[in-house]
Ligand binder design. Structure first.
Ligand code: MN
Ligand code: MN
Length: 292
C-alpha cells in the first residue's frame, strides 16, 4: 500500500485512539548548514515504513497498524521561516494533549528544539537520549542560532529538561565541549557503547536519532557523512535497554538526495518502527503511563 501522508482520523476515532502513537512529519531543511534535502524525508520514510517490501511487525512482536495503534497526523504546514518553530511546537503539543506519544519524522535536526519544548510542558524532567555524529551544541553556526548544529544548546538553555545523553559523537570541538561540561551533558563516542548503555536514563525519556550517528556504510543518505559510526543494531539495542519510559522520539537528517537505492530511508523506517513499538509497549505496560 502506498501511503500518501494525508490520512486523518475523525473526532470519534481520535478519542478512541488516545493511547496510539502519533506519527508527524516536519518537512524542513532551511536550517541545514551545508546542503538541502531533508525536507523530502518524511515522505520517503513513510513510503518505506508501509511498503509491502517491509514488515509491519516490530522485533518485539507488536504490529503497527495505521489508524489503530498508529495515527498519522500528517505533515505540519511549514513555511521555512521564523514562524516554523512555533508551528512545530503547537503541532506536537496538540498530539500530546490528545494523550499520544509522538514520533516525529524530520526534516533536519533543528526541529528537535521546538519538539522538546512541547514535550517539556508535559514532561517536566524529560531525559534525552541523542544519537548523532555531532554534538549539535554550537551556540550559533553560520550566523544562525537555530541551525541544525545548535538545537541542544537551545534546549539546555531554555527548554527545562532533566538530562542529555549523547551517543555516537565523533566530532567534538572545544567550544561544544565547554557547553557540554557546563550543563553536565554525558557524551559517549562509538567506542563507548557499553558505558553509554550503563548511563541510559530512567523516568520519561525522549529519543532523538540523527541518522549520521550511524555509520555511512549503513546510512549513506545524510548531508554530513562521518565514517566510523554506530551500527543500526547498536542504536536498536541501546533504545531497547533504556530503563525509563520512552514518551517520544524523532528520526532526523535523512537526505533522500544523498541516499543509495533507498538504503537510508529503510534504516530510518526500521528505527521509526522500533521506536513506535517501544512507545506503545511502554504506554501499555508502565504503571506510570499517563492519560491526559
Ligand atoms: Mn549529525
Ligand atoms: Mn544532529
Amino acid at each position: 500500500m502506498q501511503h500518501d501522508g494525508s490520512l486523518k482520523v475523525d473526532a470519534a476515532q481520535a478519542t478512541s485512539l488516545a493511547g496510539a502513537v502519533a506519527l508527524v512529519g516536519f518537512p524542513t531543511d532551511s536550517n541545514s548548514s551545508y546542503r538541502r534535502g531533508p525536507a523530502k524525508a518524511p515522505a520517503a520514510i513513510r513510503s518505506a515504513m508501509w511498503s509491502e517490501a517491509g514488515n509491519p511487525y516490530a522485533e518485539s512482536g507488536i504490529r503497527l497498524r495505521l489508524s489503530e495503534n498508529v495515527v498519522d497526523a500528517g505533515d505540519a504546514a511549514l513555511r521555512e521561516d521564523e514562524t516554523d518553530r512555533s508551528t512545530i511546537e503547537a503541532f506536537v503539543s496538540e498530539q500530546l494533549e490528545a494523550g499520544r506519544r509522538v514520533l516525529s519524522l524530520g526534516g533536519d535536526h533543528s526541529i528537535t528544539y521546538p519538539i522538546v519544548r512541547a514535550f517539556a510542558h508535559s514532561y517536566p524532567k524529560l531525559n534525552i537520549v541523542h544519537f548523532d555524529a555531532h554534538p549539535d551544541l554550537y551556540s550559533t553556526f553560520g550566523g544562525n542560532r537555530f541551525s541544525h548544529a545548535c538545537p541542544f544548546a537551545r534546549i539546555l538553555e531554555s527548554a527545562g529538561v532533566g538530562s542529555l545523553l549523547q551517543i555516537g559523537i565523533r566530532t567534538m570541538t572545544p567550544a561544544q565541549r565547554e557547553t557540554a561540561d557546563r550543563y553536565g551533558v554525558r557524551v559517549f563516542g562509538p567506542d563507548e557503547i557499553e558505558a553509554a548503555r550503563r548511563a541510559l536514563p530512567g523516568g520519561d525519556v525522549y529519543v532523538t536519532l540523527d541518522l549520521d550517528g550511524i555509520d555511512p556504510a549503513y546510512a549513506p543518505g545524510v548531508s554530513h557523512r562521518e565514517p566510523g559510526g554506530l551500527t543500526v543494531r547498536d542504536v536498536l539495542r541501546l533504545v531497547a535497554a533504556i530503563p525509563g519510559s520512552v514518551v517520544g522520539a524523532d528520526v532526523v537528517e535523512l537526505n533522500p538526495d544523498c541516499d543509495v537505492d533507498g538504503l537510508t530511508a529503510g534504516v530510518a523506517a526500521k528505527c521509526a518502527r522500533e521506536f513506535a513499538a517501544r512507545m506503545l509497549s511502554d504506554g501499555t505496560n508502565t504503571p506510570a503511563a499517563r492519560t491526559r
